[in-house]
Design a binder for this molecule. Structure first.
Ligand code: FMN
Length: 331
């Protein structure tokens, strides 16, 4: 059964219960194309886009080419200005967004201190005003991605605080909630609290997506069993592993799980990603590709030494040469 997300005017349906998380600096169009190779129906997200910067003309690159995406693409926005968020949402809808997601979880100090990202957890009134404004601005579903709370004191009250926070977002008009099972204070440390996500899921009427520490098909199945959530969102586990969302989707659909690409295939993938980044971004593409290559080029003897060499490659041509040589070595 597809997952229905009802917007003010438009309903969206998801055939795939595994979602790829927005990852700043990672989930660009080229990465998303790779994810879609294994998970064509999965909901993917742009990297977060700052609404005010968008007004000033920055960040547009992140919304370029949305019409050409071959599957559902959510545009994720962050800011603390309701009007700027509403404007940005309109632009995103015009650009071809499948839905609009509001970031209320980003722990980065510079963003949270100004009141954006996870900073909104500390100002629920403003958070709700933002949801209401964005919701009124577009007919598409407006969703929120957030955390359990700001700090552990928040959590010490039990999961009640998390439930209240998420209920407020639902009442303000959020049509789906993705919940990272950590507080802002935890950032990425400790383990995600799937039991707290279960409590929120039980209390809400809108779909809830569980996020945090889902790094394999087995963990996805266990997470859904514990949380009762409507789907799982995969973040760090997919970095260097664009096949993971597809593997999880297969597991959740009871289909055979696609095999993890062998080291040689991963090198081929790294080369493809590098070439695409160079085509899109020129020599700067090499800088972006470095982190992806360092995650993907693994699993063969001497991999660590090879990665060190690759990271030092001064030009795209030098990096491509190194990849070709390594492919020949392990063929
Ligand atoms: C490099 C990096 C970039 C991220 N960028 C975003 C972002 O732009 N928007 C967002 O909502 N979350 C962002 N996150 C958080 C992830 O989407 C996710 O919520 C978090 O990593 C927990 O899931 P995981 O345990 O599967 O990684 C980012 C995380 C990392 C590690």
């Amino acid at each position: 059964m597809p997952l229905k997300i009802q917007g003010r005017l438009l309903e969206r349906q998801l055939r795939c219960r595994a979602l790829q998380s927005p990852l700043a600096g990672v989930s660009d169009r080229i990465f998303r194309n790779l994810v879609r190779r294994w998970a064509p129906d999965a909901l993917l997200f742009t990297e977060m886009v700052n609404a005010t910067s968008l007004e000033l003309g920055h960040g547009r690159l992140k919304m370029d080419g949305l019409q050409e995406e071959t599957g559902p693409i959510g545009v994720q926005l962050f800011d603390h200005h309701p009007d700027a968020m509403a404007d940005a949402a309109r632009r995103a809808a015009d650009a071809g967004a499948f839905l609009i997601d509001i970031n209320m979880g980003c722990p980065v100090r510079k963003i949270a201190r100004k009141g954006g990202g996870s900073g909104l957890i500390r100002d629920p009134d403003l958070a709700c005003r933002i949801v209401e404004k964005v919701e009124a601005a577009v007919g598409l579903p407006v969703t929120v991605k957030t955390r359990l709370g700001w700090c552990s004191e928040h959590n010490a009250i039990g999961v009640e605080a998390a439930v209240n926070w998420c209920r407020r977002l639902e009442d303000a008009g959020a049509r789906m909630l993705t919940l990272h099972g950590r507080t802002r204070e935890q950032r990425f440390s400790g383990t995600a609290d799937w039991n707290a996500i279960a409590a929120v899921k039980a209390a809400l009427r809108i779909p809830v997506i569980a996020n945090g520490d889902v790094n394999s098909p087995e963990e996805a199945l266990r997470c859904l069993r514990i949380t009762g959530a409507d789907g799982v969102m995969v973040g760090r586990g997919s970095m260097g592993a664009p096949w993971l969302v597809g593997q999880i989707d297969a597991a959740l659909s009871g289909l055979p799980i696609p095999t993890t690409p062998a080291p040689l295939d991963r090198l081929v993938l790294a080369k493809e990603q590098l070439l695409a980044l160079i085509e899109a971004r020129g020599d700067h593409g090499l800088l972006i590709a470095r982190k992806h290559m360092s995650w993907t080029c693994t699993g063969f003897p001497g991999a660590s030494q090879f990665r060190q060499q690759l990271m030092r490659a001064p030009t795209p041509a030098a990096a491509l040469d190194l990849l070709d040589q390594q492919m020949q070595r392990i063929q």
